[in-house]
Write a protein that binds this ligand. Sequence first.
Ligand SMILES: CC(C)(COP(=O)(O)OP(=O)(O)OC[C@H]1O[C@@H](n2cnc3c(N)ncnc32)[C@H](O)[C@@H]1OP(=O)(O)O)[C@@H](O)C(=O)NCCC(=O)NCCS
Length: 307
Amino acid sequence: MFKVVTPKSEEQLEAYFTFRWTYLRQPWNFPPGSEKDEYEQVAAHRMLVNSAGDIVACGRIHMNTAEEAQIRHIAVHGDYHRRGLGQMILGALENVARDLGAIRAVTNSRETSIEFFSACGFVVEREAPNELGMLRRQQMVKKLTDFNSLVLHPEWCKELQSTWTDTIPITEHMGIKLRQYTGKTLETKASLNKNINVHGTMFAGSIFSLATLTGWGLIFLQLKERKLQGDIVLGDGNIHYHKPVTMKPRAICNIESLQGKFSLVESDKKSRFTLQVNILDDQTPVAEFKGVYWVLPIRDSSSKGNG
Ligand SMILES: CC(C)(COP(=O)(O)OP(=O)(O)OC[C@H]1O[C@@H](n2cnc3c(N)ncnc32)[C@H](O)[C@@H]1OP(=O)(O)O)[C@@H](O)C(=O)NCCC(=O)NCCS
């Protein structure tokens, strides 16, 4: 399980900058310290850590103007490439940019990362100055609209959101929205105001609903990825609450926690899946949900779909 963390303590910031140097400067023999520039104080920094607490990815954004965010210093640990972590850290940075009011993001991409940024919705605009005096770069741009915030397969994400709205109307009242899908991670959010209890925190039942729907959504999207269909039902769910939600309710489900056999769905048999959903209050982990879901064969051809 990977989570997005904002490095805050001196120790975390040191580890974050060391990681940046290791993957973005050391290979070209630049000394420690060369990974920093004049925007560090005004920038927002994010890193991904694994369950052991080790940093596996990093990235940074700062605002060029009131409407334009610049993304820099994205790197993923060499052992973790092509597992969706680059997209996960980029998505987290884009969300920060949106929260700061940006309507477009720019990045100066090295030649070797152009395909990565293209896969994440950026397009090449023009040649950018070389990096470190030798690495050719292209300026790439992405419009930050709600639609493209879904990164991968926006059409499936729209279908999932409307399936929730049409078949479970309470999701609309709870303000549950899909925030991001990277192919490997699904992130949702809910409105605190619409789910508030007498203590001014999020109602525990709403947190449970947000978690179950997020797990349900990840299975829905994974069926789509495999061109499969089935009725997804919750078999069992357990949630452990550590802290109240007082700011921004978010739920994240990563494919790494998903276990079950899609081959059974393919052979039109029912199949059991287990997964974990992490609930966060903005950046702070506050609860974990473990769910058992069943994917049942669709018997009635007139009602085909994943609802
Ligand atoms: C660029 C980088 C951040 C990508 O991170 P990553 O975690 O491997 O990327 P993801 O797994 O999120 O990739 C998402 C998609 O981007 C595309 N992509 C990523 N790396 C790619 C590569 N080397 N070649 C072609 N396409 C690539 C693919 O479409 C991929 O989806 P897929 O794996 O389902 O095919 C990583 O390679 C890295 O740290 N490189 C060294 C540092 C660097 O160059 N940073 C950018 C500075 S401008």
